[in-house]
Design a binder for this molecule. Structure first.
Ligand code: SAH
Length: 499
């Protein structure tokens, strides 16, 4: 199995920078053992003008059979010979993708400690794979690579036997890609698309394959016109995993589509109200209400779930009572903005040890979220489709299970008070629903009862006698151990509280 990566350069921007990018010295031939054989990396040419790195994977066919992975599709028990006589050792299959990710791990991540600016650079690249198994042929190769920013995608069918052209083509193509890309992006495309084209994954598909796919697909897979085919084939047509992956990609797409707009629109509405009628913007009042509720609960370690661009994380950092603050969002773009806002890079050690940001979807249970004092869901639930809400409830109230959960959401009754909002319209276009006070109370009461919490409600903003406040907040408190779900007071309105 063979793959070459070439780039061109000039004395100022030498092509041999490829060695830094790949973390492999152009002057040396190196060998790495992988679980299926030996991967060799060497440079057939290395000058300032042109540099080519070659990855040659020498597969040990016996080891492949012993590990039970040499079988082709299906692996029929009587196919004993086929276990030894097959294309696995030389075709650029998923084995090559695995070797690629092992040998060029840092390059795939887009990191380069010695020259941190290099991975961000767009370089002229040429990638060649002489024998690429392509189920779906050259046409599929084009459908997969054409949308990915290459200037040239060439997939030449390899004849079955050069001496007998009448036998027709094999299922291999010689692939050439040329164009200006960041190396990490090119490698991550190959990592995903080689096994997709091969369509015969050599290893067992485990749930963490979904994470690997999403990591390698970051920045290109969600928007690819063949997302469904890529996802299904990459996950060896495993139905549930494929659906999971597609759901998560859909969220990424939404976040990317709305991303900054969501926040800007929110602020625009808030600011309009602010200048016309209110001394303090609603977003600020919401943060103050959340901070007060967290202090009242005595919370020190706090999760901000759906943290967006990090305004609340920033406010929490200003109070030393909050010793650990974790911001989670599905949108990488929002998290990047949050990191910039917090100046994470330039923060001193003491401050930075208090704060963490990471990407995650609230529709999935996540071990990293367990064991906190409190979790905040500020203006987040209305961004989920209603059928997804139970998954979030489970992930937060059953799996993460913090002592206190704060949920804020718009009160739709108040919308008639926004003079600028046409009747019947939600506050911005990514809101999947907006609830009345009664609807919110019914939902919150049900959640509290199902998961063993009590719940109280606090208005945020001007509490209009007719339509209530613009924002409604529920404060959930984990019931003491031994309190049965039925024994909680979840649905009983407190004295003095409007039912
Ligand atoms: N909490 C912030 C941002 C609210 S906007 C504030 O109060 O200002 C809603 C945020 O939820 C967006 O940043 C969006 O990316 C995020 N989000 C939506 N669905 C999500 C999901 N399933 N998992 C994690 N975050 C999600």
């Amino acid at each position: 199995m063979f793959l070459t990566i070439s780039t061109t350069g000039s004395p100022e921007r030498p092509a041999t920078d490829l060695g830094f990018l790949l973390h492999k010295h152009p002057g040396k031939a190196q060998a790495f053992s992988t679980s299926h054989g030996t991967a060799h990396v060497f440079y057939p040419e290395a000058t300032a003008e042109r540099c080519t790195a070659a990855l040659l994977l020498e597969v040990d066919p016996v080891a492949l059979v012993r590990s039970g992975q040499g079988k082709g599709r299906g692996g029929a028990p009587d196919a004993a010979l086929a276990q030894y006589v097959n294309d696995r050792p030389y075709a650029a299959s998923s084995l090559l993708a695995v070797a690629l990710s092992g040998v060029f791990r840092t390059a795939l991540k887009g990191q380069c400690a010695a020259r941190p600016e290099l991975p961000e650079e767009v370089r002229p690249l040429r990638i060649e794979i002489p024998a690429l198994p392509a189920r779906g042929g050259a046409a599929l190769v084009h459908r997969l690579f054409d949308p990915l920013g290459w200037d040239l995608v060439r997939a030449e069918p390899v004849p079955l036997d050069e001496q007998f052209p009448e036998w027709g083509d094999s299922r291999y193509v010689r692939l050439v890609l040329e164009g200006g890309l960041r190396l990490a992006d090119a490698l991550r495309q190959l990592y995903v698309l080689l096994p997709v084209l091969d369509d015969a994954k050599h290893y067992w598909v485990a749930p963490d394959e979904v994470d690997k796919l999403l990591r390698a697909g970051d920045g290109w897979l969600a928007a690819h016109p063949e997302t469904a085919l890529i996802t299904s084939r990459y996950l060896a047509r495993h139905k549930r995993l494929t659906q999971d992956a597609l759901d998560r990609l859909e969220l990424v797409r939404l976040a990317e589509a709305d991303g900054s707009e969501v926040e800007e629109l929110d602020n625009a509405v808030d600011e309009r109200i602010d200048t016309e009628e209110r001394p303090v913007p609603l977003a600020v009042q919401r943060r103050e209400a959340i901070l007060a509720a967290l202090r009242a609960a005595g919370a020190a370690r706090v999760l901000d779930l759906g943290c967006g661009q990090g305004q609340l994380v920033q406010a929490l950092l200003k109070d030393v009572a909050f010793t650990e603050i974790v911001g989670v969002d599905v949108s990488v773009r929002a998290l990047t903005t949050a990191a910039r806002r917090l100046r994470l890079e330039r923060m001193g050690e003491r401050q930075s040890s208090r704060v963490q940001l990471f990407q995650g979807s609230l529709a999935y249970t996540d071990k990293r979220l367990a064991g906190y004092d409190a979790a905040v869901l500020s203006e987040v639930i209305e961004h989920l489709d209603l059928p997804r809400l139970p998954a979030l409830e489970y992930a937060v109230f059953a799996a993460a299970r913090p002592g206190t959960v704060l949920v804020t959401t718009p009160n739709v009754e108040y919308n008639v008070r926004w003079e600028t909002l046409p009747a019947g319209q939600v506050r911005h276009n990514d809101h999947r629903f907006e609830w009345t006070r009664a609807e919110f109370r019914t939902w919150a009461g049900g959640v509290a009862e199902r998961y063993g919490y009590t719940v109280e409600f606090t208005p945020v903003g001007d509490d209009d006698p007719g339509v209530g406040p613009p924002t409604q907040m529920a404060v959930f408190t984990k019931a003491a151990v031994g309190t049965t779900a039925a024994g909680t007071t979840a649905n009983t309105p407190k004295e003095g509280e409007a039912a």
